[in-house]
Design a protein around this ligand. Structure first.
Ligand code: NAD
Ligand code: HSO
Ligand code: ZN
Length: 445
């Protein structure tokens, strides 16, 4: 194994720093032509051949040969059985995490509202949960029971009528914790399919997989690309790229803690990105030494090493203010503020999926059980998007209920604007309800 101090070093004082940072952050795989074409072919096959295509792709990509689609459907009883197959400690941990995630998300629930104007006109917004949501739970390189909770609980809190989950089971290896989590979270139906074919099945429906209204959840490049292509046919939450962590440290946290925090996201994927920013150059050296020391002890050392050396960085800045500027430029999925007084810096953080405050709040706590969602905007998209939440499973309809007097008064404004747009049906529709004869005469009626 090569020495991990091959991790890139950047200095914000370098005149080319902005260019180097852009290069470090670029992640092009989603637009890769060959992936795109393969995903389009998969979507087309699922639309044309439904279940038969799902069975074929599951054999091809997941190494799982089945007689028919029926073998890729898990009934609710199978989820209940999983609950009896995990340890008591595992069940308690899942239930505790689920309870915390549920309480946090209850706070996000939006209610319908309305107000009444002086003439009796009522205006408002009606909030309605989605009828059916599709949850993608990744299962290629690792299994994610925590992602089941993070996707399904907000949907259930929102009041979604039916929650359909898809999860690949490579070579038929079923993860009991994933199924137990689905049982605890109240998932209604589970299909053991993955990749672009699972996203296509949820978006278009097949003989067995019901068509959903929205597909949510993270996944690899094939999943992300498929979500991009089915958007419009169904809603999607976001296009999630590889996991990321940005640690901003004042140099006073144990370097082993910081190295492990970086590893915690690097171990997800060779393309994951782990970056440390600090004004303390000696501290950066200490973390590099901790990386070298700890890497050989890691189960997923090869993935971590590829990620850290390929996409990681230690960035030296002149002070904490510059560290915050760099953080806002990166707009990371996860930002750890491993500093003495994180509250003092919080107001200046403008872009981050989740912010972990202080030396004791490791990002891993947020991944499993703190309560907030771990499905977060990646690749700089925290500039314009937010964590997965209850709001992703609710939609809004506007309510307009005019009184007779209100319709007459508003009709005048509508009439003038409609005639300005040369839309006379609009104008006359509004004018039928106007009681003011002088106004109507002025409009040529
Ligand atoms: N943002 C989050 O909250 C979050 C949570 C958990 C995981 N993740 C990320 O999700 C990703 C999970 O990826 P994964 O690969 O482990 O699981 P995955 O379930 O996303 O992908 C596995 C599927 O990819 C398809 N596939 C694999 N190789 C293929 C090929 N050559 N051609 C076509 N299809 C192919 C297969 O159908 C397989 O079922 C990781 O990047 C991880 O970091 C993100
Ligand atoms: N860190 C991932 C999101 O980027 C979520 C996760 C699941 N399990 C562990 N971590
Ligand atoms: Zn994680």
């Amino acid at each position: 194994m090569t020495a991990t101090t091959a991790i890139r070093r950047l200095n914000a004082a370098d005149p080319d720093f902005a260019h180097h940072l852009d290069h470090l952050l670029s992640w092009e795989s989603v637009s890769d032509d060959s992936v795109n074409q393969r995903v389009l072919d998969i979507i087309k096959a699922v639309r044309e051949r439904g279940d038969a295509a799902l069975v074929e792709f599951t054999e091809k990509f997941d190494g799982l040969e089945v007689a028919s689609m029926a073998d890729l459907i898990l009934p609710r009883e199978r989820l209940e059985l999983a609950l009896t197959r995990i340890t008591v400690a595992q069940r308690e941990a899942l239930e505790k995490a689920a309870a915390r995630v549920r309480s946090y998300h209850e706070k996000q629930k939006q209610d319908s509202w309305s107000y009444t104007e002086a003439d009796g006109t009522v205006l408002g917004q009606k909030v309605t949960p989605l009828d059916r949501a599709g949850l993608y739970v990744p299962g290629g390189k690792a299994s994610y029971p925590s992602s089941v909770l993070m996707n399904a609980i907000p949907a259930k809190v929102a009041g979604v009528t039916e929650v359909v989950m898809v999860v690949p089971t490579p070579r038929g290896e079923i993860n009991e914790l994933v199924l137990a989590a689905a049982c605890i979270a109240g998932v209604d139906r589970v299909f053991t399919i993955g990749g672009a074919q699972a996203v296509a099945a949820l978006a278009y429906g097949t003989e067995s997989v019901p068509k959903v209204d929205k597909v949510v959840g993270p996944g690899n490049i094939y999943v992300a690309t498929a979500k991009r292509h089915v958007f419009g046919q169904v809603g999607i939450d976001m296009i999630a790229g590889p996991s990321e962590i940005l640690v901003v440290c004042d140099g006073q946290t144990d370097p082993d803690w910081i190295a492990m925090d970086l590893f915690s996201q690097a171990e997800h994927d060779e393309d994951a990105q782990a970056i440390l920013v600090s004004p303390d150059a000696e501290f950066l050296d200490k973390v590099a030494a901790s990386i070298d020391k700890l890497l050989p002890t890691m189960d997923r050392a090869t993935i971590i090493e590829t990620s850290i050396n390929g996409r990681g960085a230690l960035i030296h800045v002149k002070d904490m203010a510059q560290a915050i500027d760099v953080a806002n430029r990166i707009a990371p999925e996860h930002l750890e503020l491993s500093v003495a007084d994180p509250q003092a810096w919080l107001p200046q953080i403008r872009h981050a999926g989740a912010i972990f405050m202080g030396r004791h709040t490791s990002e891993a706590l947020g991944d499993y059980c703190a309560g907030p969602n771990h499905v977060l905007p990646t690749s700089g998209t925290a500039r314009f998007s937010s964590p997965l939440g209850v709001y992703d499973f609710q939609k809004r309809s506007s309510i307009i209920f005019c009184s007779e007097a209100g319709a007459s008064e508003l009709g005048k404004t509508a009439s003038v604007l409609a005639r300005g747009e040369s839309l006379s049906a609009h104008a006359r529709s509004a004018e039928y309800r106007i009681k003011d004869a002088d106004f109507l005469k002025g409009q040529g009626n």
